[in-house]
Design a protein around this ligand. Structure first.
Ligand SMILES: [Zn+2]
Length: 136
């Protein structure tokens, strides 16, 4: 995982370079994630690898005049990027599906998470906020 993280972080920073803001979910402070780590070993390695990747991106981004921001991961996979409706029912985690219960917008749930992180990154550039709760 360390070798993969080196390759991924290098590729990202080389590709996007200076003036980029890399937006990552801050998964370190979530109580729920910690609880899951204790219950299922599988999550331990996942969260460890993700934390390492984040550190590598932060380090390499700094060297290339880019920045990294860790945003609150709440609702990033439950928020409709089209109408802003936030609901747990929007996401079928097991099937990796997102279906807005209000406006019927549908997509892959990880793609939705990426779209919402993109929006949070823009909000960060404008307001400096990293944990803005989406409007429901
Ligand atoms: Zn919607």
């Amino acid at each position: 995982m360390t070798a993969v993280n080196h390759q991924v972080s290098k590729a990202l920073v080389d590709r996007y370079g200076a003036q980029t803001v890399f937006v990552l979910e801050d998964l370190t402070g979530i109580r729920g994630a910690t609880a899951r780590v204790r219950r299922r070993n599988r999550y331990t390695s996942v969260s460890w690898a993700f934390y390492q990747l984040r550190q590598m991106i932060e380090y390499k981004a700094t060297l290339h005049q880019a920045r990294t921001v860790a945003v609150a991961p709440r609702y990033t996979s439950q928020t409709c990027p089209k109408c802003g409706h936030v609901a747990r029912a929007n996401r079928d985690k097991r099937r990796h599906r997102f279906a807005c219960q209000r406006g019927h917008y549908r997509s892959n749930d990880d793609r939705i998470g990426g779209m919402n992180l993109h929006r949070l990154g823009i909000e960060y550039r404008v307001t400096g906020a990293t944990g803005a709760r989406p409007q429901s």
